[in-house]
Ligand binder design. Structure first.
Ligand code: UGA
Length: 362
């Protein structure tokens, strides 16, 4: 019989890609749950899909969907750094209070929970604190391993860490349910997934500050300066969404290997500083839109507090050790940064290029 996968947050960026992959395989039936469905509009009539418009805080309505499934993939989150220090109560509610009911229901009903956490649980690297430069360059001080690395968050007053703390507590709750009640779980820690349909362009289909890739795309599309927070020295490993979905499919296909594990899912070979990212995106933009081949794009540094508000701090570096996913799941990311950026930027140009040109002033 085909396994039934319940995808919570199926209408979001990751969910939309996962859904189309699951439905592309003949083996899966899907119960998809979200409050929006714009990104999965084309899939809604699929015969192996049941879609429910509901919020996960409505546990009464959610229960039958979990009951009818073999595995629950939970993607629901508020994961935009500009919110962590501005609406921290909403962030803690969405990333801990609400999903904890999902954990409890999975434990009660004996369902396998594949929970999406975040690479941000690692917080900052030890390398960022050591003054000796040789020690800072030692891999054990910055390469992040699921079982070995400490989770280093800043002070309570630095509300940037409200999200990481909520996500970390949820991981601990899942682990404790596994320990005390035999909950079957897998935890995924994503490292900066990028691809078509991620985030939004402010003033077109969202408000506020999106994540860095969308910020830089907005600047390029509107001819505004690309802004580097505190000089753009922070480093990230960007992971293409197709590689990320491969990892989820490997988890779902190998339950005996995946249950009871936490996996870093990211591309260690795709590390860049934000300043290098800005340069790469300007270069690629000129090749994707030859009409701008000779245009100068300004890149400027901005103060973090001026950009995000008080209480913002940053993860200095996020480099995953993915040997566990390689060994147990046989998964390895294959998409280079260049290809990942090119595909993502092309999709932004197609989706927003004309609109931004029409509304240059907005
Ligand atoms: C966010 C979330 O907090 C993580 O949970 C999530 O895993 C991650 O995104 C992700 O996409 O996977 P972060 O990487 O800090 O974490 O989010 P971004 O907003 O994309 O910021 C990346 C870096 O770019 C930060 O150093 C930020 O200060 C910088 N930035 C952002 C700029 O320099 N300019 C901008 O216009 C925007």
């Amino acid at each position: 019989m085909s396994p039934t996968v319940c995808v919570l947050g199926a209408g979001g960026f990751i969910g939309s890609h996962l859904l189309s992959r699951l439905l592309g395989e003949p083996t899966y039936r899907v119960r998809a749950v979200d409050i929006t469905s714009d990104k999965i509009r084309d899939l809604l009539s699929h015969p192996r899909l049941t879609f429910a418009t509901l919020d996960i805080h409505d546990t009464k309505s959610l229960r039958p969907h979990i009951e009818a499934s073999d595995v629950v993939v939970s993607l629901v989150a508020l994961c935009n750094p500009s919110l962590y220090n501005t609406v921290p109560l909403d962030v803690i509610d969405a990333n801990y209070d609400q999903p904890r009911h999902v954990v409890r229901m999975c434990a009660e009903m004996g369902k396998w929970l594949v929970h999406f956490s975040t690479s941000e649980v690692y917080g900052r690297t030890v390398a960022g604190f050591v003054s000796d430069t040789r020690a800072a360059r030692d891999k054990k001080h910055y390469v992040l391993t699921e079982e070995g690395s400490p989770l280093v968050l800043g002070p309570v007053s630095a509300q940037r860490w409200s999200y990481a703390a909520a996500k970390q507590l949820l991981e601990r709750l899942i682990f404790a349910h596994g320990f005390e009640h035999g909950l079957q779980y897998t935890i995924v820690r994503p490292f900066n997934f990028i691809g078509p349909r991620m985030d939004y362009i402010p003033g077109i289909d969202g408000t506020g500050v999106p994540r860095v890739l969308a910020c830089f795309m907005e600047a390029l599309l509107r001819g505004k300066p690309l802004q580097l927070v505190d000089g753009g020295g922070s480093r990230r490993c960007f992971t293409y969404i197709d590689d990320a979905v491969d990892a989820v499919m490997a988890i779902l296909g190998k339950p005996a290997k995946a249950k009871g594990e936490i996996f870093n899912i990211g591309h260690p070979g795709n590390e860049v500083s934000m300043s290098e990212l800005a340069d790469a995106m300007v270069r690629l933009y000129r090749t994707l839109r030859p009409e701008f081949a000779d245009t100068e794009f300004e890149i400027e540094s901005v103060d973090a507090e001026a950009f995000y508000g008080a209480g913002y701090e940053d993860s200095d570096r996020r480099m995953p050790d993915i040997s566990k996913a390689e060994d147990l799941l046989g998964w390895r990311p294959t998409t280079s940064l260049e290809t990942a950026l090119r595909q993502t930027m092309q999709s932004y140009i197609e989706e927003y290029g004309a609109d931004c040109a029409r509304r240059e002033a907005c």
